[in-house]
Design a protein around this ligand. Sequence first.
Ligand code: GLV
Ligand code: MN
Ligand code: MN
Length: 405
Amino acid sequence: MNPINQRRLLDDLEALSHFGRGADGGITRRALSREDADARKYVMTRMRALGFDVKHDEVGNVRARRAGRKAGPVVMTGSHLDTVPSGGTLDGPLGVVGALAAIEMIGEVKTERPIEVVVFVGEEGSRFRRGTIGSAAISGHVSVSDILKLVDPDGVVYGDALATYGDEGSPIPAKLASEEVHAFVELHVEQGGVLETEKIAIGAVTAIAGLSQRQVSFLGEANHAGATPMDLRRDALAAAAAWILSIEKGARELGVVGTVGKLEVLPGGKNIIPGRVNAICDLRAPQAELLSAIDAFVVSSLHGIGDAREVEIEQSLLQRVEPGLMDERAISAVERAAAAAGLSCRRMTSGAIHDALHMAEICPSTMIFVPSRGGKSHCPDEDTAPEDLVNGCVTLAHTLIDLAG
Ligand code: GLV
Ligand code: MN
Ligand code: MN
């Protein structure tokens, strides 16, 4: 095997970071945008140079195959290139270009099974109604026709965005049967501070927390900020504020996490009582029962606050993703790989959602985590030391060889 080419890995990450970089240094690459298309093109060119057979599927996933001695089933690895608004350079791209680095490390070594590098489309859910779109299509969790009908907040239909910024040529079917995939492993930054704090090189992921996101509107009454006495107001933002604090309290009590990261205050004048607030809450829990409990708490608190403040409430579920377990065979392959590379490794759960969650519905799956500096992610400060990036790629290369035979 070849050593990991650290220079090329860093160059690839640097090159991708230019597609969608904003003034604050953060990267904004919405699914099926021009920036996303540019990033995909860059990666596809790299894949072709490596001799891969590069295809794209009906929803826009890129699938690049390296032949094995046998035709199938395939061992898959990869991640996403779309980002959150003003995100970092590693969440997603590391799992894509890290996979290419691992394949270059494997070099001339022949494997029994083919290895496929996949770029999942629309993982972050920052544009269309849901995230993990590409993996949901591959696992069959959501039908291709339902995905093509998704609409973004500007009214752009997924199928049309795909026609504009997807790849040329006829696509392959998105859905894969269990028999077609032997295993899946995704390299990713931890996005938390456990590995850094414990000075451990590699995390082998055993489970991924589930997610519930609700879109909520508070409908109060816009009125004059100076002339309206406090007891004659129906302030939509004051109601939203009470609700946000109740989410914080409920999440702490249940030992889960809850966030309101998106809030729109209308009409948005400094001397106008807010008449309408649109918000999205994001709830995460490692078990389905806990996820249902925090979700029920949040909805009942919403209606209680609305009644008490005479503010009308409209709400709907944006998406719910069930928590999922990773597979023991895949997890132990990562542990063996880390040991072979002389790296420390611990098992851990993921609080963030990943495409591995849907891949686990059709094949043994796991993830390889590397330390995140300061535990930061979904922000421009997201960072990982170069040697930790390389450790992740080396572990991925050994894991792929183990799984592909
Ligand atoms: C994806 O990164 C998520 O967990 O929201
Ligand atoms: Mn990610
Ligand atoms: Mn993310």
